[in-house]
Design a protein around this ligand. Structure first.
Ligand code: VGL
Ligand code: ZN
Length: 216
């Protein structure tokens, strides 16, 4: 699992900080258990990366991924949408609301891009790269390629949804991809964490710990 290499991030490396938003933190609408534990590690890691991208879950009111949009459905149940099975969530990260804000405790003033996702009313987007229909692109792969990045390091919330899907799509887009486990926390619903671990392993995502990222 953990590969005991150390890595000094350079010009071809980018840190992607996934969805560290008020609604995913304690007290939020879709609070990830122990979610605030990622903030310290993420802030420390970000100091070692010159290049950082943030993602922001950003849903319109009445989004198709909200249980409240489906009569008789409860949060954490699933339904079939036009692109396949969809977990239904409590309303969260509604565009322009306080819950959708990126945590003020993140100390990454040098972040270069905030990529919003999940803004199409009928399609969810866990991944920062591609929406859940697996067709609609956010443009992130093109951006990262044009910038000349080769390695992608993923952290944030939630490990078993947005972080995992972002890492899997980074591999698919051709990047060598790392998930920094102690800088991420999972929701873990209906076996989602175990499934994500399997998928990450099969895809060749390297799972590492933040101590393996070192500075100059
Ligand atoms: C996420 C569920 C719904 C995440 C976003 O950031 O992992 N999970 N929307
Ligand atoms: Zn969402």
């Amino acid at each position: 699992m953990t590969e005991r290499i150390t890595i000094k991030p350079g010009e071809h490396d980018v840190l992607i900080v996934v969805d560290v938003q008020v609604d995913f933190l304690p007290g939020g609408a879709l609070a990830v258990p122990d979610g605030d534990a990622v903030i310290g590690p993420v802030n420390r890691l970000a100091k070692h990366f010159r290049h950082v991208v943030l993602t922001q879950d950003w849903h319109p009111e009445g989004h198709a991924s909200f249980a409240s949009s489906h009569p008789a459905k409860q949060p954490f149940e699933t339904t079939e949408l036009h692109y396949g099975s969809q977990v239904l969530w409590p309303d969260h990260c509604v565009q322009g609301t306080p819950g959708a804000e990126i945590s003020r405790d993140l100390a990454i003033p040098h972040a270069q891009l905030v990529i919003r996702k999940g803004y199409n009313a009928g399609i969810d987007s866990y991944s920062g790269f591609k929406e859940a229909d697996r067709l609609t692109s956010t443009g992130l792969a093109g951006y990262l390629k044009e910038r000349g990045f080769r390695r992608v390091f993923c952290v944030g919330l939630a490990l078993d949804f947005c972080v995992a899907w972002t890492a899997l799509d980074a591999v698919e887009a051709g990047f060598e991809t790392f998930l920094i486990e102690d800088a991420s926390r999972a929701i873990d619903t209906n076996g989602s964490l175990e499934n994500a671990r399997q998928d990450l392993k099969s895809a060749g995502v390297h799972t590492i710990r933040s101590e393996q990222i070192v500075g100059a």
